[in-house]
Write a protein that binds this ligand. Structure first.
Ligand code: CTP
Length: 413
């Protein structure tokens, strides 16, 4: 997925810069070419030598360096990449980017680039919450800048809240999901068919929520339905990005697959895959994750008979993709997996999450839906409800893809 991607990584001055070192290592492992630009502030946290050793390239930091300009001018540096990634993106660099400043190499490169930009904000919670930062981020988003994170958590400054840079794995997933400069991103290709030229996003599989480095919370989702939908949309010609939790299934042909583990990584990868004409959320996302995932394996204390885990809510990916705004896909489809009051719960879920259609399916044990090959679905839309017979998951996918193609062919409201 990341093989031969050309990533220009801009490292700004925040304590989270140490996590960027891990990000570079993982990007290189996956075959990406990484070139680093650092701000003066970044030098306070990581050295040019560590960035250079990990990226296997020289590090650029001086706008007026005659040697650098002779070898590779800042314009060429900015154009040579298929994606610019700013990590950590401090409040300061976000403000400079939002206002078009070009007062050092990093901001000049951002202003001069023809590649899309992904930022991973990292700062103190109050700085993140400040209306100035929120306005700057909103402005950048409106201009198409993708944002991954920040996460909630304990901060280096001793406070708690949103502002912690997303984990390297989540940034990696967001980069993999990002289409990059035309044709450079994941190999989602649009083919001939009624969905030619359309972009689709599909989530699939379970999520794994770490309890400690060796244990996780998961569920029985096989990913069969989500993968079948991605394949069906691709067969109708859509360029499909499939963001999937851990499954034992082959990648559907012609689909750009972004593997993730946790709900938070799935959310980031989904937003990075936008814009899309249609999003189908078929993943069985864990509603809860461990409030504090232990950094080391949890050990039993002598005589310990119980263990209490505190769980915290995961983000709702379907609700977040359905939220009104310029990046909302025209059509958002969710699933309602229910064991009782199928239709009432599903109608309620559609209203609560703000999606356009809900595929209601009965997953009570007797139906064998989880892990099985068949599915009995009711499609709930504003225009009316349809009860589909029990069908193979591939047939359900074909029907849904056909309905999607019909709807996208209609002029948008
Ligand atoms: N979903 C999601 N993100 C979550 C939870 C669910 O995107 N954190 C999506 C699923 O992919 C599915 C839909 O929401 O399309 C409904 O999932 P379901 O598990 O049935 O609903 P819940 O939100 O868990 O609601 P409830 O607790 O009422 O069952």
């Amino acid at each position: 997925m990341l093989k031969d991607r050309r990533i220009l990584l801009i490292v700004a001055g925040g304590i989270a810069a140490y996590k960027t070192l891990e990000l570079i290592r993982r990007l290189r492992e996956q075959g990406a070419r990484v070139r680093c630009v650092m701000t003066a502030g970044a030098r306070q946290f990581v050295t040019p030598l560590s960035l250079s050793a990990l990226s296997g390239d020289k590090v650029y930091d001086d706008l007026f360096s005659l040697t650098d300009e002779a070898e590779m001018g800042h314009i060429q540096l900015s154009r040579d990449a298929d994606l610019l990634v700013v990590a950590p993106a401090t409040a300061n660099i976000l403000a400079r980017m939002a206002h078009g400043l070009a007062d050092d190499l990093a901001t000049t490169v951002v202003l001069a680039t023809d590649a899309p930009v992904l930022v991973a904000p990292a700062m103190n919670v109050r700085m993140w919450d400040h209306p100035a930062t929120q306005a700057n981020v909103a402005l950048l988003r409106d201009r198409g800048v993708a944002v991954v994170g920040p996460d909630d958590g304990d901060m280096a400054c001793g406070e708690y809240g949103p502002g912690r840079m997303a984990e390297p794995q989540a940034i990696l997933a967001a980069i993999a999901a990002h289409p990059g400069k035309a044709g450079a991103g994941p190999d989602a290709v649009s083919g001939p068919g009624p969905l030619a030229g359309r972009r689709a996003l599909v989530t699939s599989g379970p999520t794994h929520e770490a309890i400690d480095p060796v244990r996780y919370i998961a569920n029985h989702s096989s990913g069969k339905q989500g993968h079948a939908i991605a394949a069906a949309l691709a067969r109708l010609g859509a360029a499909v990005t499939l963001v999937t939790g851990p499954v034992r299934l082959a990648d559907p042909p012609g689909v750009a697959v972004v593997p993730v583990d946790s709900a938070r990584a799935m959310l980031d990868a989904c937003h990075a895959a936008l814009p899309a004409d249609v999003a189908v959320c078929a993943a069985a996302v864990a509603d809860w994750r461990a409030a504090d995932s232990a950094p080391q394996k949890l050990k039993k204390a002598p005589g310990q008979e119980t263990l209490t885990l505190t769980l915290t809510r995961n983000p709702d990916i379907l609700a977040s993709l359905s939220a009104p705004g310029p990046r909302r896909p025209r059509l958002v489809v969710g699933f309602a997996a229910e064991t009782e009051r199928l239709l009432a719960n599903a109608r309620d879920k559609r209203a609560r999450k703000g999606c356009d259609w809900i595929m209601a399916n009965d997953v009570s044990a007797a139906t064998g839906t989880f892990g099985g090959d068949r599915n009995t679905v009711h499609l709930i839309r504003t225009e009316g409800e349809e009860a589909w017979p029990a069908l193979d998951k591939t047939a359900v996918a074909e029907r849904l893809a056909t309905r999607i193609a019909e709807t996208l062919a209609e002029p948008s409201a």
